[in-house]
Design a protein around this ligand. Structure first.
Ligand SMILES: [Fe+2]
Length: 190
């Protein structure tokens, strides 16, 4: 499982702090074990139920968000330097874990479609993801990134790392969502 996970998501290895990397992997492994999702199924799971058909998998989304945020952090470092201090390890862990709660929020329906689980009706993934990560001792800075990465986080002040994850997430979400809108709008009365 561990090797398969690292092969599918090589960005785990970018986390320099061995303890943080281990905890991040443990949260992933727990989410897989508790949800019943397999890595093969996640590579075919739409990353959101809000875009249908969805052009990217959960694994692709997690990697895209993590790498988008990382590249932005590199630019910030180059241009702003110490004026915007960023913890790149926290940023990577937050990117890799921001949607981990989706393994609990979503499940595979009978027909193979991805659907909302019963759990997901009560707790959206920012809540379930932060709770799961807290169990494994992830630092508060990373819990904050998970909890605040979506609309829920609009009610609080995000850290710089959490802002990068939030924007990287929405860059992917909105770009893929709006591919559809480039088609000619049409409607029928009904
Ligand atoms: Fe999310």
């Amino acid at each position: 499982m561990r090797e398969e996970l690292l092969a599918l998501i090589p960005e785990f290895d970018l986390i320099q702090d061995a303890g943080l990397r281990e905890k991040t992997l443990q949260v992933w492994e727990a989410a897989l074990a508790r949800s019943g999702w397999t890595l093969a199924a996640l590579a075919e799971m739409p990353f959101t139920l809000l875009i249908n058909p969805c052009p990217a998998s959960y694994i692709e989304h997690v990697r895209a968000v993590t790498l988008t945020a990382l590249r932005a952090a590199e630019v910030f470092d180059e241009i702003y330097g110490d004026r915007v201090p960023l913890n790149v390890d926290y940023l990577l862990a937050g990117g890799l874990l921001h949607d981990i709660g989706k393994l609990l929020e979503y499940e595979r329906g009978e027909d193979g479609l991805t659907v909302q689980s019963r759990h997901g009706q009560f707790l959206r993934h920012p809540f379930s993801g932060a709770a799961l990560a807290a169990e494994f001792g992830l630092p508060e800075e990373v819990l904050h990134m998970i909890a605040a990465h979506a609309g829920e986080g609009d009610k609080m002040t995000r850290t710089a790392e959490a802002t990068l994850i939030n924007k990287a997430d929405f860059m992917s979400f909105e770009t893929l969502r709006d591919l559809r809108l480039k088609k000619q709008p049409s409607a029928k009365l009904g």
